[in-house]
Design a binder for this molecule. Structure first.
Ligand code: NAD
Ligand code: UDP
Length: 329
């Protein structure tokens, strides 16, 4: 049976990059999907294929505020919490709101799940490992986060959200799944959101300077969006005993300069690389240990970086064309 068939599913943050792909996947499987979003970093345009379709609705609200009463009247089988700005410049723009989104917002959604008897999936992050002293990062690593730095509103918020989730689970209030998402990219990344793939691809296509922070020797491991969404759904539907947090990401680790070289070669761009200061507390290395996801979920990423970048670059090119047409009209 398809995972979503006939289920009532709430996707908080459903208008964002990952959330909109998740809503599409669940709707395609026959779920009734409610997307809850404040449109802080999400876009209506991301929901174009879904809006107006039977079984799909959007509720505009901020999860930090009191949730709309109509949500309390609905019954959900599943609650996915993806609501939280994920790009460092955007989550640092209003750090207090970012922290409260993870703490107050997650608590409100957990209460909703408890009232509904719904299973709850929390989108946590590789950022909870901070600047890791252990490499690659297994779920058993407790992390190295600076709790007073500019990234802390996000990292510590996500850590506290995990705490809440496991307490709800331990107390039998809600059955939870916690996924630690590693850097994910693909179509619908917002060109202006400041993350490395969106910056580098849009700069290369526009012939603008490519901004490399620091010397570009820091590493990330990039996971294609379809693989990531498949991991989230598999974890949500995992029926065994509480599995604890599960890393979902692609272990193929690259330096930022390697990523830039690949994008330049694939776009044929003549953009120059310019170096900018490394942001405070920027993690030096990051690579997931995914043996738990492989073992428990039978999940492994299928999309090599080059293939995923091809689809991402094509999407950015098409979007640029649409934007130009829009400006002329
Ligand atoms: P995104 O910014 O595109 O999406 C976040 C969505 O949440 C947006 O639609 C935004 O409007 C909404 N939102 C933010 N604060 C809200 C609030 N207080 N109330 C209601 N809605 C709110 O980011 P994304 O890349 O799609 O990330 C989705 C989730 O996955 C986030 O929780 C993020 O922390 C997590 N994550 C993503 C990555 C990644 O590489 N994309 C990595 C680690 C973790
Ligand atoms: N980065 C970069 N140029 C950019 C944007 C980001 O060199 O234009 C670097 C950033 O310093 C970090 C890496 O790329 O080392 C990934 O950054 P991103 O914001 O995408 O994700 P995160 O740091 O949250 O993993």
């Amino acid at each position: 049976m398809k995972n979503g068939h006939g289920k009532n599913i709430l996707v908080a943050g459903g208008a964002g990059f990952l959330g909109s792909h998740l809503c599409e996947r669940l709707a395609a499987e026959g779920a009734h999907v409610v997307c809850l979003d404040n449109f802080q970093t999400g876009r209506r345009e991301n929901l174009q294929r879904l809006e107006g379709r039977d079984g799909f609705q959007v509720v505009e609200a901020d999860i930090v505020d009191a949730l709309p009463s109509r949500l309390a009247k609905m019954r959900f089988d599943r609650v996915y919490n993806l609501a939280c700005a994920a790009s460092p410049p955007l989550y640092q723009a209003d750090p207090e709101h970012t922290l409260m989104t993870s703490v107050i917002g997650t608590r409100q959604l957990l209460k909703l799940a408890e009232a509904s008897g719904a299973r709850f999936l929390q989108a946590s992050t590789s950022e909870i490992y901070g600047d890791p002293a252990s490499h690659p990062q297994p779920e058993s690593y407790w992390g190295n986060v600076n709790c007073t730095g500019p990234r802390a509103c996000y990292d510590e918020g996500k850590r506290a959200a995990e705490t809440l989730c496991f307490d709800y689970d331990r107390l039998g209030k809600a059955e939870v799944r916690v996924v630690r998402i590693f850097n994910t990219y693909g179509p619908r990344l917002d060109a202006s959101d400041g993350r490395v793939v969106s910056n580098v691809v849009s700069q290369a296509l526009a012939g603008e300077d490519i901004t490399v922070f620091g010397d570009g020797s820091q590493t990330r491991s990039f996971c294609y969006v379809d693989d990531q969404i498949d991991g989230l759904v598999r974890l949500m539907e995992y029926d065994g005993a509480q599995p604890g947090p599960v890393n979902i990401g692609n272990p193929a680790e690259r330096t930022i300069l390697e990523l830039v070289d690949l994008v330049l070669a694939m776009t044929g761009s003549t953009s120059e690389v310019v170096h900018r200061p490394l942001p405070v507390d920027d993690p030096r290395r990051r690579r997931p240990d995914i043996s738990k996801a492989e073992r428990l979920l039978g999940w492994t990423p299928k999309t090599p970086l080059e293939q995923g970048l091809r689809a991402t670059i094509a999407w950015f090119e098409a979007r640029e064309g649409r934007d130009r047409k829009g400006k002329r009209a």
